[in-house]
Ligand binder design. Sequence first.
Ligand code: CA
Ligand code: CA
Ligand code: CA
Ligand code: CA
Length: 393
Amino acid sequence: MKKYSPILGLELLLLFFMLAFQSQPPSDFKKTKITGDFISEGVAAGDLNKDGKIDIIAGYYWFEAPYWVKHEMVPSRTFDPRKEYSESFLNLCLDVNLDGWNDVVIIDFPGKAGFWFENPKNKSEQWTKHIIAQGMGISNESPGFIDVDQDGRLDILCGDKDKKQIVWLQAPTQKGETEWKRHALSQEKVPGTESFSHGIGMGDINMDGIPDVVIREGWFEGKKDVKSGDWTFHPTNLGEACSHMQVMDVNGDGRNDVVSASAHALGVWWHEQVYQHGEISFKTHLMSTRTAQTHASIMADLNGDGKKVYITGKRFLAHHGRDAGDSDLAMLFYFDFNEKDNSSFWKEHLIDQDSGAGLNITVMDVNKDKKPDIIISNKNGVFLFENQLKKRR
Ligand SMILES: [Ca+2]
Ligand SMILES: [Ca+2]
Ligand SMILES: [Ca+2]
Ligand SMILES: [Ca+2]
């Protein structure tokens, strides 16, 4: 009878570990599934109960740190990811009425009114609902949470569905106020303002130091007065239907370019600004075809090198399984423009391939280790990715 070989046992053990590590590549992000329920395609984070710990918000629910205990702000339910949309497309956490307690903004189905829920200050489980900007229908599918007037508080950059105007909605500036002010940036009847328009962003295009607004059909030239309402529109081609448009100088030539990702098809692009004889135009370059339905993007400095990366991900089951590239893995990934790869101006990094993104991505230092973490919510559930990247500097 053959004797058991300890060498063979060791080899088998080694093989087992190799296979185990192969199926689970090491990640720079620690993934936590907060819930597998489809409750929202928007997500936000902030301390809601003032215990000093950052909580996670997805639609009408918030998950209390550190054990992610589920609370319901108002009666809601789980939606069917293969049949339904939720009633929460984008979320933002902000102390709207300046009472010292974080409130929650919810952007509903495109073109519907936005609203915000007032924090009950631990006195009740139920939150009070307020309509934003007198029921204005928030159009463009990727409204931006951007500090338009640069006063340190985030505003909402979007389209007004009825007047077909690019507007920004300003949260109250006085304690106790509940109404948001509507400010027009553009004239009426301009592109980018249909309920289902895709793509909007803000940044300096003509390099005069004043932020402009970009849509895929062109850009609105910013004025110092962000309430003037008559910004000039410059038509140009900024590519296909996309999610949040990010303005940055990709190729380092001193002119800002635009990065966008396909909202309902395949592609991540950078649109190179070409400046000739005083005229601005854009030349589109494909960056990636990693996954389709990249219906959200956000910029954040993940590795502490002082430069922001571009984060995007697949909107899993965007239209319930009727989209191009629907069987692609639900990837979440980012592009680092401070690293170069094969003579391109960026390096692409995978974060995860079984989550994706919803309609907005949130970045916040949830675990307070001074590294910004990533939170997403979509038809796959709600996920936290704790940033474990090595600090560059
Ligand atoms: Ca908390
Ligand atoms: Ca408040
Ligand atoms: Ca400008
Ligand atoms: Ca450039």
